[in-house]
Write a protein that binds this ligand. Structure first.
Ligand code: FES
Length: 109
């Protein structure tokens, strides 16, 4: 028997995905948290905490590829899907994110 884990947290509509060009990220203030939303060129979207755990770098301004964001300050890399560091730093918080039928970004914090 499998148990269904209810979704926790609250959902916030951040507006249209079209405000984030493909291949870039944007930072949003969501319920008192800084959340970086990345729009991959594949169309996938990921959301992680926007503040680098190393020295507070602005991760939404980092370079991304299909799997990682690289902090613009000291070039540490974090997995977009999980928030895990590739350089031994603490993980970023990862947020569930989805795109509505109308094209809005909805993040759960
Ligand atoms: S502040 Fe992000 S790697 Fe240093």
């Amino acid at each position: 028997m499998t148990a269904t884990v209810p979704a926790t947290g609250r959902q916030f509509d951040l507006g249209p995905l079209s405000q984030i060009p493909a291949g870039e990220g944007r930072a949003f203030a969501v319920d008192g948290q800084q959340v970086a939303v990345f729009h991959l060129r594949t169309g996938k979207v990921h959301a992680v905490s926007a503040v680098c755990p190393h020295k507070g770098g602005p991760l939404a301004d980092g370079q991304i590829d299909g799997a990682v964001v690289v902090c613009p300050l000291h070039l540490n890399a974090f997995e977009l899907a999980t928030g895990c560091s590739r350089n031994g730093l603490p993980s970023l918080r990862s947020y569930p994110v989805e795109i509505t039928d109308s094209g809005d970004v909805v993040v759960t914090v």
